[in-house]
Write a protein that binds this ligand. Structure first.
Ligand code: C2O
Ligand code: CU
Ligand code: CU
Length: 495
């Protein structure tokens, strides 16, 4: 996110409470009347599972379900009938047991995006094929030193990931910990916003993606904040609102800003940064998360959280290689600014200041190995196969090991984008720090698991392989690109 954060806006949101199959307002003109009151509201409780006595245990079902979106009925894929899925919360050291059943008519599985857990067996095993009607119990333990942060779960069955996520399969996995104990953050109101786009035809079905989206990935014209359209968020005068944002769109970059309020970044994908950073806007690539604080110091009133069009073919750091609109033939119309949520000042007052310090982000040792990963695309071989997306010239093959690394070593990876659109590069199991972009040092240290790489850019990331051996993956988080080949197998072996 550093790139994203650096100069753009965030999009954002609101809180999320989605009731189960509950009313989400879809029509553009109606504002949700939900009061977002943070994770303690009744609406949130309904779909909220927290660990107790060191154990988070639940049944989770992937199931096609009709969900009310405002005045429309949408035919979606859901976890336990909810979109987004239930919010899960655990603490470092907890054991997690998820008895998962596939009630879809196609294979699926679960991935725990950003969690530092084993990639094998009953852990974060993305090579599993859970057939329709089958069940699998995921069971793993969060390490005692797992950072607090905003993580999430979604399907990871290669070839169907974009389709299943777009149809509604995604939920938050929150790890509570040290960051949450900082007094100002404890006092802040907290709202989670799962930002996800959606497209529906007149009958409430998700249309098949057209040819035009082969390059860009599927996108929808509805932008939901935790399953709601333009929900209302409240802030106390003088108070702090902690917005916890996830870009759960399969392909869309978000560029968020809040009218008349800066956003103070406090955490990225992998947890806290050292001190708040003031942003006028925030770019979130697909898969990225950000925690930001809003300070209620403006004249009481209503302020819109906006998503401005963001062109992923353009360099993100100012200017870009092709200029606005240059390469984006076939891009769905993303030219309008959307209201994601509306912030309203309540009658209550509060006096909370911004925290000055958060948590240290320790630098990683110098790398033992440096590797290059070149991202590009081409035309598929077979007839009518369309675009394929490649890493180092090859499409994904689960039987091939692309990158073998050694446990307890540090590596730098240079991600080089020689194509024409941005690719948010994501690595499973271990988080990383962005070191530089085109040789320019990253402006601040942050833990990331997704980093967007613009056309023509070379981004260097640094990663330590810790605690877990086994096979896992790295890939582009524009999930249509991943499904069309932009993924590689990473094998972590003990020395
Ligand atoms: Cu959120 Cu492998 O992805
Ligand atoms: Cu992931
Ligand atoms: Cu991509």
């Amino acid at each position: 996110m550093s790139k994203a954060m650096k100069s753009f806006k965030r999009r954002d949101f609101l809180n999320l409470s989605l009731g189960t199959t509950v009313a989400v307002l879809l029509s553009q003109c109606s504002r949700g009347s939900f009061r977002l009151t943070g994770s303690s509201s009744a609406a949130n409780q309904a779909q909220f599972h927290s660990s107790e006595g060191g154990l988070l245990s639940l049944d989770l079902e992937a199931v096609a379900q009709q969900v009310k979106l405002g005045n429309r009925t949408a035919n979606l894929l859901t976890y336990n009938g909810q979109m987004p899925g239930p919010q899960l919360e655990a603490r470092p050291g907890d054991t997690v047991q998820i008895r998962f059943t596939n009630r879809l008519n196609q294979p699926t599985n679960l991935h725990y995006h950003g969690l530092h857990i084993s990639p094998t067996g009953t852990g974060d095993n993305v090579f599993l094929d859970i057939s329709p009607g089958e069940s699998h119990t995921y069971e793993f333990q969060l390490p005692e030193d797992h950072p607090a942060g905003t993580f999430w779960y979604h399907p990871h069955y290669h070839g169907l990931v974009a389709e299943q996520l777009f149809a509604g399969l995604a939920g938050l996995f929150v790890v509570r910990g040290e960051l949450d104990e900082i007094p100002e953050l404890k006092a802040a109101q907290e709202i989670f916003l799962v930002l996800k786009d959606m497209a529906l035809d007149r009958r409430g079905h998700i249309p098949r993606p057209g040819h035009m989206t082969e390059m860009t990935g599927r996108m929808g014209d509805l932008l939901l904040a935790s399953g709601q359209i333009n929900p209302e968020l409240t802030i106390a005068q003088g108070g702090l609102l902690r917005l916890r944002l996830l870009n759960a769109c399969p392909s869309r970059f978000l560029q968020l800003s809040l009218e008349d309020h800066p956003l103070f970044l406090i955490a990225t994908d992998g947890g806290a940064i050292a001190a708040p950073i003031e942003l006028n806007d925030l770019v979130l690539a697909p898969g990225e998360r950000a925690d930001v604080l809003v300070h209620g110091t403006q004249t009481p009133g209503q302020y819109r959280l906006l998503n401005r069009p963001f062109n992923p073919a353009q360099g993100m750091m100012g200017g870009g290689m092709m200029g606005r609109g240059g390469m984006m033939r076939g891009q769905p119309n993303q030219s309008r600014t959307e209201t994601v949520a509306t912030l309203t000042y309540s009658n209550t007052t509060s006096e909370i200041s911004l925290p000055s310090q958060l948590l240290p982000v320790d630098p990683l040792p110098e790398p033992q190995t440096v590797r290059q990963f070149t991202l590009n695309h081409g035309m598929g071989m077979g007839m009518g196969r369309g675009m394929v997306f490649l890493i180092n010239g090859q499409p994904f093959d689960h039987t091939r090991i692309d990158t073998q690394v050694t446990l307890n070593t540090v590596e730098d990876w240079e991600i080089i984008n020689t194509g024409t659109m941005a690719h948010p590069f994501h690595v499973h199991v271990n988080k990383f720090q962005v070191i530089s972009r085109n040789g320019q040092p990253a402006p601040y240290a942050a833990w990331k698991d997704v980093v967007s790489v613009s056309p023509g850019e070379r981004v260097r990331i640094r990663m330590a392989f810790q605690d877990y051996t086994g096979k896992t993956v790295y890939h582009c988080h524009v999930l249509d690109h991943e499904d069309r080949g932009m993924m590689g197998v990473l094998d972590i072996r003990s020395a």
